[in-house]
Write a protein that binds this ligand. Structure first.
Ligand SMILES: Cc1cc2nc3c(=O)[nH]c(=O)nc-3n(C[C@H](O)[C@H](O)[C@H](O)COP(=O)(O)O)c2cc1C
Length: 644
């Protein structure tokens, strides 16, 4: 690849009076790193600074509340509704400016999309129509609308005083301004409801008042939904074009085109699993009718895709969200054509699960540092040690990678002929292919760092003691659990791994025992290959622990594809290829299956514990300690390697 490859991506661009050094935008992404009363913290600053240092041209802050606390959807949302927030904001801006990036503050009000225990009262909205899974909001009066217009203008003024290079008015997704724009939530009969002209009146009044407050030269961006597929009465692209046209006329300097979805399209503008670049056609249609720059977003994580979008004139800038969570240095690596060094986002949505569902600070499955940037530095090891890592799954590979970066001499043993461990199987079910890009990344890094990799070698404890390394890190993975069913072995059950890797021959009628995430994903894999599939789960719910925005679409797809799902079952026996269960109503049911697949999880693997007394430094990481996901595997691998 030649250095001119990303010419367009690294071409400067103007948003109003703001010159941005390249066309990479970090879109607003809520972090939960603020204080409970809306102040910037050291972690907030460090998180954004590392993305600025990594080369993004324009950083848009996460949602910042213009009317605290009633307008906040999360406990730790930053706020800008009072001058007391300005000093912290100045520090944030300075941290970002140190690296030549520009920064815009996202002005936000949640409207009906919050709950009273977070916003401290009854949420507000255009009409008394509840947002997704929320209570009925108070319908804003005209006077209350006027007050909010002033809140936006004052907030913008404070942003300017704090040194921000611009502001972005958040009129997208499911928050207050999008609620006004969308017929789904806006049922008003007054001048703020009915026609699109009326529904956009609130937004336009805000833009005009913000403009008055910040003056003619100060860049105002506006984020809108390019469409709301799957939402009853949701906004159409045609309506979005009209909104774009109107906000441009009201003096906006750039339009950022996201989207909102419902049902199978859940959260399309958010972080769900959509195809890379799936929302670009919306941006491109809007670009055709406006003169100001248009920002496209939606899994544009690959610099080649980003460059293509820009070259084809579909957008003027590209926003890379989760790609920059996973790897803040993505822009720099693209600039120096080191694409193989970019740590890819696997779209697992762990980031969103933390900040939205668990309401805890942001984390990332593939990047153990996210949310902990403050005070974090990779330090060269004072004493260079010989390190043996046993197990080439995510935990082992991350430990080997980090230990090698710190200067240790690392050898990694993997008993199979491939690195990746459980990730090799996890990447096979539908919508999981991103995981293999992460495995490729890790393998590549190990090779570049000179880690000695011994594949197809099951090293024995006695061999390890003979080699006498300074440090041994055990990452051998867990032991699969067999369900407690009399005579289960007689049915020759097969493992999920054997199914997904194609090693097991599978009959036409299949029972999956275990309806957790892995069982359900395997069921989808099999039904897509024409099998008749039944999933059995002893608990009351399927795919427990899976993030709701992924769980709901997965279960919907399974039902639509005709998978039979049982919860609350009790296993009785297996005889002559027939499994007897008691269902949750107490009925005994006999199920015939040609193949029984076991997806009942795993237990810790303590085989190596005997080395504890014999080695100076022995560590256990990943799910040989306790069954865990990718994030915990990566985090434990990283922590141990940073500590040796
Ligand atoms: C953890 C997380 C938090 C988000 N918070 C916001 C937000 O505060 N404001 C906003 O407009 N969009 C928010 N989004 C949506 C992103 O700006 C972006 O549109 C989405 O992640 C799709 O882009 P990507 O595929 O590049 O990640 C958030 C997304 C994520 C993953």
């Amino acid at each position: 690849m030649e250095s001119g490859h990303f010419q367009k991506l690294f071409e400067p661009v103007n948003i109003g009076s703001m010159e941005v050094k390249n066309r990479i935008v970090m879109p607003a992404m809520y972090t939960n790193l603020g204080t409970a009363d809306g102040f910037v913290t050291e972690q907030t600053k460090a998180y954004y600074e590392s993305r600025a240092e990594g080369g993004a041209g324009l950083i848009i802050t996460e949602i910042v509340c213009i009317d605290f606390p009633i307008g906040r959807p999360h406990f730790h949302e930053l706020s800008i509704d009072n001058d007391k927030y300005i000093p912290g904001m100045i520090e944030l801006v300075n941290a970002i400016h140190r690296h030549g990036a520009k920064v815009a503050l996202q002005l936000h009000h949640a409207g009906a999309e919050t709950t009273n225990y977070i916003c401290g009262g009854q949420a507000v909205g255009p009409s008394a129509v509840p947002a997704l899974n929320k209570g009925v909001p108070h319908e804003l009066s005209n006077n209350e609308i006027k007050r909010l217009v002033r809140c936006y203008a004052k907030a913008a003024e404070r942003a300017k005083k704090s040194g921000f290079d611009g502001i972005e008015i958040h009129a997208a997704h499911y928050y207050l301004l999008a609620q006004f724009l969308s017929r789904r939530w806006n049922r008003r009969q007054d001048k703020y409801g009915g026609s699109l002209h009326n529904r956009s009146r609130f937004l336009l009044e805000i833009i005009m008042n913000v403009r008055r407050a910040v003056g003619p030269g100060f860049p105002i961006l506006c984020r809108i939904n390019g469409a709301e597929p799957g939402i009853e009465y949701g906004q159409t692209l045609e309506e979005a074009k009209e909104v774009a046209h109107r906000v441009e006329g009201a003096s906006v300097d750039a339009i950022h085109v996201s989207a909102l979805g419902g049902g199978a399209h859940a959260l399309v503008g958010g972080p769900e699993v959509i195809e890379p670049g799936a929302l670009v056609p919306l941006a491109s249609e809007i670009k055709k009718i406006v003169i100001v720059p248009v920002i496209a977003v939606g899994r544009i994580h690959n610099p080649i895709l980003a460059e293509t979008i820009l070259r084809e004139g579909k957008a003027d800038l590209v926003a890379i969200g989760r790609g920059l969570i996973a790897d803040p240095e993505l822009p720099q690596k693209a600039f120096s054509i080191r694409l193989e060094d970019i740590r890819p986002c696997i779209c697992c949505l762990d980031c969103i699960e933390n900040v939205v569902y668990k309401q805890i600070p942001i984390e990332c499955s593939v990047n153990a540092t996210v949310g902990k940037e403050f005070g974090h530095r990779i330090e060269s090891a004072r004493e260079k040690k010989t390190v043996i890592v046993i197990g080439g799954g995510p935990a082992g590979m991350e430990a080997a990678r980090m230990a090698a970066i710190r200067g240790h001499k690392v050898t990694l043993y993997e008993k199979s002929f491939n690195l990746g461990g459980q990730l090799l199987y996890a990447s096979i079910p539908p919508y999981k292919s991103n995981i293999s890009a992460f495995v490729d990344y890790l393998v590549n890094q190990l090779n570049k760092l000179g880690v000695t990799i011994k594949l197809g070698k099951e090293i024995l404890p006695s061999e390890v003691t003979t080699l006498g390394p300074d440090v041994v890190i055990i990452a051998t993975g867990p032991i699969p659990l067999l369900p407690d069913i009399p005579q289960i072995e007689e049915a020759n059950p097969v493992s999920v791994e054997a199914v997904l890797s194609g090693q097991a021959s599978i009959g036409d009628e299949v029972i999956v025992i275990g309806g957790g995430m892995v069982g359900c994903e395997t069921a989808e894999f099999l039904v897509d290959r024409g099998k008749k599939v039944t999933v059995l789960e002893i608990l009351d719910r399927l795919a427990i622990g899976m993030i709701p925005v992924l769980r709901f679409p997965l279960l919907t797809r399974l039902r639509e594809k005709g998978v039979t799902l049982f919860t609350g079952v009790k296993y009785e026996k297996i005889r002559n290829g027939e499994l007897t269960i008691t269902d949750k109503t107490g009925n005994q049911i006999k199920l015939k299956a040609e193949t029984i697949i076991i997806a009942t999880g795993s237990k810790p693997n303590d085989k190596w514990i005997l080395l504890k007394e014999k080695l100076p430094e022995l560590y256990f990481i990943g799910d040989c300690v306790e069954p865990c996901g990718i994030k915990e595997a990566i985090a434990t691998g990283n922590q141990v390697a940073c500590s040796i």
